[in-house]
Every structure is written in structure tokens, then in C-alpha cells.
Design a protein around this ligand. Sequence first.
Ligand code: NDP
Length: 448
Amino acid sequence: MALKNQYLADLLETVKKRNPGEPEFIQAVTEVFMSLEPVAEKRPDLVEAGVFERIVEPERQIIFRVPWVDDNGVCRVNRGFRIQFNSAIGPYKGGIRLHPSVYLGIIKFLGFEQIFKNSLTTLPMGGGKGGSDFDPKGKSDGEVMRFCQSFMTELCKHIGPDTDVPAGDIGTGAREIGYMFGQYKRIRNEFTGVLTGKGLTFGGSLARTQATGYGLCYFANEMLKANGKSFEGQTVVISGSGNVAIYATEKATELGAKVVAMSDSNGYIYDENGIDLAVVKQLKEVERKRIKEYLNFHPEAKYTEGCKGIWTIPCDIALPCATQNEVDGESAKTLAANGCYALCEGANMPSTPEAIDVYFENNMLYGPAKAANAGGVAVSGLEMSQNSERLSWTFEDVDNRLKGIMKEIFKSCDEASKEYGMEGNYMAGANIAGFLKVAEAMKAQGCV
Ligand code: NDP
């Protein structure tokens, strides 16, 4: 697929030159530009205001050393990142990813996507993202704590409740957020809502843990309903077994579906009777074990090494909830050939451009990450509101607001896709609706 709009095509070339060796970032920008072609045609005022040029250049990129001492007393060093991408509609907001694959290009693609996602939530949040190539897997609690304290010692100079509010992502869960919050409070002598995803005893929001997975199913449900379908009686495959995957499994099951497969970075399990989520929660949330051990509880289930094969399992609905580019063109073809008619993204950018082409060629319903997984950051926004008010809302209250927000997000994607002549293309709808709000704010604020 090539861009037809010359202005955007030239700008994409500049982005490529400016960001060499960052294929994930280029992939994210290309996808957004493909959707924005009709906007560039229809809104010359935004072109003139330099909005497209400015939106692809982060406002600030911070890279720092993270030294920490391991259990053997040895000094180890990782690299820390924070990208403050766009603050046109609110303080920067986006998670912290701790994974050995993290480098500038990954954080930049995630920060870029976050601009549009946060805009879609209807809450006042700008786009940002952070992380480190530190791998929490196999580290002791003490090592993770010392890493998090060192990471925050530098990061705290750049964030604040009205400036930049990080949250969790891959490898950053309640434990890591707790250590980071403790260190921020200690250094700044401030108890503020500077991080979201906090523990419930120190300012966290009920339903934040469930928010991304539940929100994904609320969005998918809206998309299915609009096309005369529902989760009831459907077979679902979900990749990953982390925060997003676990709560997507919980909600999809509650909505009447049968989830038959889950995975981790080593392999996947297939349980034709439906996944026993209590076992997965115990293994992953409590014991930090591998998904393979599911077989100790359900020997009738099957385990396969390697992740990609999970997409060969026949299903009606697929929910990729692990990582970027986990569904390629070949996997997408297999899904379609086996009768999968809907795919909704819990992970960020889990589909390659070739996979997305296959979804459209096969008329599959496709819920893009920016819209479908925005529930996590939406509830983070609600956590910020509760922290400012110094109040805690009930689970039902937060969950109902989340449901309302996901419904609105689907509506905006649907309406924008219709307005710009691409009905049913929710990817274009999400990119356009998310972009326009930020673009109007950037234009109004002048060349900054
Ligand atoms: P977790 O760390 O809780 O879980 C990640 C899961 O994905 C684990 O099962 C992990 O397996 C697997 N995984 C990670 N990397 C790879 C890889 N390279 N190949 C195969 N599997 C992999 O993270 P989350 O559940 O929080 O995040 C999952 C996805 O959802 C990410 O793309 C994230 O950006 C996105 N997301 C998360 C939000 C949130 O609120 N948490 C909000 C919006 C999006 P293993 O344990 O073996 O590493």
C-alpha cells in the first residue's frame, strides 16, 4: 500500500530519514497517514498550520542510565526512556514497558499511538510512553525494587500530576508501580496521583486492573452488535496471559463466549472445554509461572511450544493481547480460512500491515488497538480524577463509566468512518476521530 497524497508521502519520507532503524515507529505513522489522506484533502487549514509535521515529532525524548545492584552485589546497567509525545489536549499519559526488546523505536511507536487513543477516550490526556530494556522475569523482588527505585530517581525530574502521568504496560504491574510510586513520594515529598495503576490502599482505582481487558470486550461487543452478532456461544482465541489477556478472558466468558486458548512468550495452551481462568490467574498473577504448567491442573488440555501456532486454532473471534506484530499475513489468512470473522486488538499494534490487508480482503470485523484497548488509559484517567478529588468511586461506578466510554469510542470510530466514506473501516475511523480533536487543539494553540 502506498500513499497517494503527495504531501503525506513526502512527510513520511522525512519521518523515515529522521528516525532511522525504527521500523515499528514508521509502521505506526504509515498506518495513521493511510487513514488521514482524506483529512489532508478536506482540511488544508490543518496542513497549513503544520499539524501533520508537528504530530509526528515528539515534544521531548528522554533517555537515561538506570544503574542498579543485583542480589550478588554486582552493579548492572539498563537504559531508561520517556517520550513526551504530545500535550495538546492534556498532560502526557502512557505506560512504562519493561521488556528486553525495548529500544527508542518501540517507545516512540507506543507514544505516537497513545496520542490518538487518549484523544478517543474523551478525557483530557496527552500522549506519552516510557520503559526500559530491563527484564523483570527471573529477578527477585529486591532486584525489581532496586531497579524501579533507580528508574524513578531519574524519571521523577520529568513527570508530575499536571505534567506527565505514567502507568503500567508489559512487565510493569502493581508491584513495579508500587515501588516507583514509593520512590517518587520519597524524593519529592509529595503524595500525588503521579502514577496510575496504584494499589487500592494508596490511591488506585477499583476496576483499573480489569479495565483494558473488560474495555476490549465492551468495544468488541459494540462492534459485533452493530453487525448483528454477539459473543454468545462464540469460540474465542486470546493470545497472552498477562493483565489484558486475563481480564479479556474473564469478560468474554461472562458475555457467553468460550475462550479455548491462551499463551505466553514460550508457547500456548488449547483447552477445548474452555480455559479455566482461576488456574491461569493463580499461575500468572500469584506464582509468576509459565502457561505450560496449566497442564498440571488440566492434563486433557494441549500445550504447544512457540507462539505463532495459536492462530491456527479455529475460532469465531480472535483477541490478540500479547505484543506488537504477533499476527502476520500468514496467520491472518489461516484465521480467515478457519472461519474467524472478527478480530479485536488488546495489545498495541499486534497486526502487521499484511495481516490488516487480509482482514479487509476477507470482510472481517476489525477493531484496532487505539480504540479497542483504550479502556486501560480511560480508567487511568478516572483514577486521576479520583486522586484530584481525594475520593474513591465504587467498582460499579468505574465499570459503568468504562462501559459508557467504550460505547462512545465505538460510536466515534463508526461515525468518522462513515463521514469520510469508509464505512465499516474502524481503523480509519479511529485514526481520524482521534486525530481531529488533537489537531484542532494544536491549531488553536499556534505553532508550538
Ligand atoms: P503483561 O506483561 O501483563 O503480559 C504480557 C503478555 O504477553 C504475557 O503473557 C507475555 O508472555 C506475552 N508477551 C510479551 N511479549 C511477548 C512476545 N515478544 N512474544 C510473545 N508473547 C509475549 O502485559 P499487558 O497484558 O499489560 O500488555 C499486553 C499488551 O497490551 C501490550 O501490547 C500492551 O502494550 C497492551 N496494553 C496494555 C494495557 C494495560 O493496561 N496493561 C493498556 C493498553 C494496551 P511472557 O510472560 O512469557 O513474557
